[in-house]
Design a protein around this ligand. Sequence first.
Ligand code: FE2
Ligand code: FE2
Length: 205
Amino acid sequence: MSKAKKIKTAKAKKATRKNAKSRGRRTRLPGDPGRREMLDRMIRVDHAGEYGAVRIYQGQLSVLGGSEAAPVIEHMAEQERRHLDTFNKLIPQHRVRPTALLPLWHMAGFALGAGTALLGEKAAMACTVAVEEVIDEHYAGQIEILDADGDDSDLRATIEEFRLEEVEHKDAALKHGAEDAPGYEVLSGLIKTGSRLAIWLSTRI
Ligand SMILES: [Fe+2]
Ligand SMILES: [Fe+2]
């Protein structure tokens, strides 16, 4: 091959690589490492969140089991168990490594639920409002990302279904006097910050 031809071939190869790269940035294809990583992270953090939610409601019921609020909390707990069951199946299906922080969420979730319940029914409801508000935001964010990717998968439908139930939990807790809890703003702010940190960590670790 002549020197000029060699340079031309090298240039053409470079251009092809460049095109492939910019195409990859525009749309992610199934099996693409970028897309794969994105879905792994979503499933990992959602699994962690639903795991934590089950523990929060278990903690609340350990204190408020016999109270007037018990049936409402039982109903939320039941739905959280269903959410967790779904992600318990998605983890092996997608061969996702669960977060290493599950033992922490096991304890922290229960402590948060029981701790706020010890402050009273309204504080427990304030905890639910704060957590569910953050989860609603989180799921809505994931749906936005999936939609931008043109994703119309079962995962998207699952996330939207669960998001609507989390909003139901939030509304039920508001109806049960969450905002009348003593120190509502401070309590709510602390729990939201903690929940956002838990999401951030569970996405990565
Ligand atoms: Fe949930
Ligand atoms: Fe929930």
